[in-house]
Ligand binder design. Structure first.
Ligand code: NOJ
Length: 744
């Protein structure tokens, strides 16, 4: 037999046996779950749908209840959240082992951006546009959390967000459905690693299903009112991607969608998720969201709320006790068919079997492994690397950065220079007790060498005192370079942290003005969990770095960029408005009949008379210490037939003096369509490393799928006609343009 034919045969056999093995695992787990189900009483089944929070760490309203352990011992609890640590989880699991059927508990926790080692907030990581790095970050978080007895993370949050007033923008991947889908996939893969059952894998949870990011007015928990077309086209794709990547669980959301609370929303959970997408995992409610259907005005009491939620497909009730208190009666009253409960229990038990908890309920609660895994130096190194990849260089006039070798003294000014705790950002869970994140001050000190470093705070983050200005100005005058660190506190973004005013808080921008007035060169570093408004700074300060919250290694990551050890490569995953009045603001908007120029105010065009509608910084923007040239666009086939693919190629050259990475972005516009299509949509990108003078040919492949969208009836289709091709360094900085025609 020819060698090639033999290899092909061997590969086919391998694939066949692999699929066969997978199928037989599925079958045997199915049998085990069913065998257990028949042994369960209705109360025990309902117990599996009930999740309590540990009293110690809460992320929602505290429910005072003394009998949690008793309930666990009686088999009335399927999962606990906010329990972590090998010892704590083992102790609690022991209680579950006292129950009649000894069904192990699931331990869930908000491992959002790291566990022991804190990684950059998710929005910051999204700015890296680096899927491998994002996956690695989630992988490390999972490795650490699983060693601490955690089976399940309530992440990734894959909500698209077009409103920076919403405090939870920090927790997602920004405004774009394509980028958001890739990041959702990377995070699910990272958390679940080689698959559930491996000791270093935790279940992912795609949340909040759905459209939570579109809360009206950017107010957390608020209503969402949107067309189904926008829902499908913009808000659902990252969820669909997470489901396709195998996310074990989904969490529904606090908001109502067009009048139906997501928790009681059958269309979302049964029709779309479990129906159209064939999702086999389970859905957990958000904290108390079953019971919250009462204040929503959707259910009169918890009895009605439980009925609505289980019917709609919410499998597990997080902390509202509506299931545990009412499901039995609902079945007895004939309002809920027991088959619905069986289905929910089946889904949950299936995951417990997959995790291997029935073989050994304590397999994740291993103190020795916990000690070995937590605090690994390579995890800190990865956090430092992720941190610098997440930084966005917004502006750099006269190449003020990296810090020049002629600088002999630096004045570090601002309320965030020495901040430590804030570096962790919102949602950091298990920072080791004796450790603290690296502040900017420490990071700079470490790398400053002979440069003299002095510090003056100047002002606080959010008050009106200018008492510290004089000292800061004096220090600036006597230094060669000034670096100002300003922004929010970490708890000004996150859950329940919506802000109506997203300008730089307090007198920080006044401080920047006063320091700038000294005539000294000024670099501003902005730290925040959301896009802030800082127009004066954007217009007058020569160099601006946006560093979000970068976690444990924040100071080191920023210093790496300041001193040129790392050439910044981040690109904004979300638009930065000039004013709250522009919100919602996003690059992939629909054209009106009167578009007019984005940069100009006034006229009988869509826009404002008092400012341009163009945001201050656009989606995809981010500079480097080097420059890149885009040239020689070729489109392999300008007429595309069904089944065809076109290759769009160009040459990217590093025209500067240092090595660097560019995120080359491909946008398309479907010029005439029904319904109308956005002015631009991100369809692909590549992050490319080039040495000075080096060139590389970049190729993007466009097929019918890339040209498709949801029509008014929500069919996924591509309409024939002309498509504009835009290739550039941001959604605005377009360097090459071409066309493509899709034939009938
Ligand atoms: C409420 C939040 O909305 C959700 O994202 C989180 O996972 C739960 N609380 C549990 O802490």
């Amino acid at each position: 037999m020819h060698k090639r034919r033999f290899c092909l045969l061997a590969a086919c056999c391998f694939l066949f046996f692999k699929i066969d093995a997978q199928q037989s695992t599925v079958d045997s787990t199915d049998k085990k779950v069913k065998a257990l189900l028949v042994k369960m009483t209705l109360e025990e089944k309902i117990g599996q749908l009930n999740q309590y929070s540990n009293d110690i760490k809460v992320t929602g309203p505290i429910t005072v209840y003394d009998s949690k352990l008793e309930d666990i011992a009686k088999g009335k609890v399927g999962s606990m959240l906010n329990v972590s640590g090998a010892i704590a989880t083992r102790e609690m699991q022991k209680v579950a082992m006292k129950s009649r059927l000894k069904i192990p508990l699931l331990f869930g926790l908000d491992v959002i951006h790291g566990y022991r080692v804190t990684f950059p907030i998710p929005l910051a990581e999204a700015a890296s546009w680096d899927m491998d790095a994002i996956e690695r970050s989630a992988r490390i978080a999972a490795t650490e959390a699983s060693a601490s007895g955690v089976h399940w993370t309530f992440a990734p949050m894959v909500d698209i967000a077009r409103d920076p007033r919403w405090g939870r923008v920090m927790e997602g991947a920004g405004e774009d459905p394509y980028l958001g889908s890739l990041i959702a996939t990377a995070r699910v893969k990272g958390f679940q690693g080689k698959g559930l059952g491996n000791l270093d894998a935790v279940m992912a949870c795609a949340k909040h299903f759905a459209a939570y990011g579109a809360a009206i007015g950017g107010r957390d928990y608020n209503s969402v009112d949107m067309s189904l077309h926008t829902l499908w086209q913009v808000y659902l794709p990252p969820f669909k991607a997470a489901a396709a990547a195998g996310a074990a669980t989904f969490m529904n959301s606090f908001n109502d969608l067009n009048g139906i609370p997501a928790t009681g929303n059958r269309y979302l959970q049964r029709d779309i998720l479990k129906g159209k997408w064939g999702f086999k995992g389970f859905v957990v409610s958000d904290w108390g969201s079953v019971g919250e259907m009462i204040p929503h005005g959707y259910a009169a009491d918890k009895y009605e709320a439980a009925e609505a939620a289980i019917t709609a497909g919410s499998d597990m009730d997080m902390e509202s006790r509506a299931y545990t208190e009412n499901l039995k009666k609902l079945v007895e009253d004939g309002k809920v068919n027991e088959a619905l409960i069986d289905d929910a229990v089946y889904r949950i038990l299936y995951k417990k079997f997959e995790l291997g908890l029935f073989d050994d309920p304590y397999r994740f609660s291993d103190e020795q492994r916990e000690k070995q895994v937590l605090d690994k130096p390579e995890h800190q190194e990865a956090a430092r690397d992720m941190g610098r990849k997440s930084i966005v260089l917004l502006k750099n006039q006269h190449s003020l950065l990296p810090v020049s070798s002629s600088v002999k003294s630096i004045a570090l000014i601002g309320p965030l220079v020495k901040a430590e705790k804030d570096m962790k950002g919102f949602w950091s869970i298990d920072w080791g007790k004796d450790e603290r994140p690296v502040s900017l001050f420490e990071g700079i000190k470490q790398q400053a060498g002979r440069i003299k470093i002095n510090f003056a705070k100047g002002c606080n983050i959010n008050d009106s005192s200018k008492a510290g200005f004089a000292e800061a100005i004096k220090l600036a005058r006597s230094s060669d370079l000034v670096i100002i660190a300003a922004g929010e506190t970490a708890d000004m973004s996150g859950e329940a942290k919506s802000r109506a005013n997203i300008h730089l808080p307090g007198v920080q921008e006044d401080l920047i003005k006063a320091i700038h007035a000294t005539g000294k060169p000024v670099v501003v570093i902005l730290m925040a969990g959301r896009p802030l408004v800082f127009n004066w700074t954007a217009e007058h300060v020569p160099s601006i770095l946006y560093t979000w919250w970068l976690g444990s290694q924040a100071g080191n990551s920023i210093a790496d960029v300041l001193f040129g050890k790392y050439n910044p490569s981040g690109k904004l995953p979300i638009s930065f408005p000039r004013s709250e009045g522009q919100i919602p603001v996003y690059y992939n908007y629909l054209n009106t009949g009167r578009p007019g120029p984005e940069e100009e105010a006034g006229g009988y065009n869509t826009g404002y008379i008092d400012m341009p509608r163009l945001p201050q910084y656009v989606f995809g923007h981010g500079l480097s210490y080097t420059t890149f040239e885009y040239k020689d666009l070729t489109v392999s086939k300008s007429q595309l037939m069904t089944g065809d693919a076109a290759e769009i190629s160009f040459v990217l050259t590093n025209t500067g003096k240092v090595s660097g990475e560019e995120v080359a972005q491909l946008y398309l516009r479907d010029v005439v369509a029904q319904p109308i299509r956005p002015v631009k949509e991100l369809k692909d990108f590549q992050k490319v490393f080039l040495k000075p003078g080096e060139s590389k040919k970049i190729t993007f492949k466009i097929d019918r799928e890339k040209l498709s969208f949801y029509d008014s009836e929500l069919n996924w289709i591509a309409q024939p006609g002309k498509f504009d091709i835009y290739i550039g360094s941001s959604s605005k900085d377009i360097r090459l343009q071409g066309n493509l025609y899709l034939q009938q």
